[in-house]
Unconditional design. Structure first.
Length: 90
């Protein structure tokens, strides 16, 4: 019999959810479930291309371009999670 304690399997974070995408408030999103490993960074995608990276404690990014599509993903030690649903900035 194995007496080792079973640890939950760590996996990439869940997808964030974008809350705002406009010139006034910027791009903001929810902090997703980290799934066993601290979120190290968020990746911001503009029109499906990586445009910037923010630290894991920052859930806001400034200056989204109006009319552009944005998505955000979270990254932990396991890897990059799924992207948020893309939102068009106003």
């Amino acid at each position: 019999m194995n007496n080792r304690t079973m640890r939950p399997q760590r996996k990439p974070p869940d997808a964030p959810r974008i809350l705002t995408a406009n010139q006034t408030a910027g791009l903001t999103w929810t902090k997703p479930a980290c799934n066993g490993a601290k979120i190290n960074e968020y990746r911001i995608y503009e029109n499906n291309s990586l445009t910037d990276v923010t630290p894991g404690d920052q859930t806001q990014w400034f200056t989204p371009g109006p009319g552009q599509l944005y998505a955000v993903s979270a990254v932990n030690a396991v890897g990059e999670g799924k992207r948020s649903k893309a939102v068009r900035a106003t």
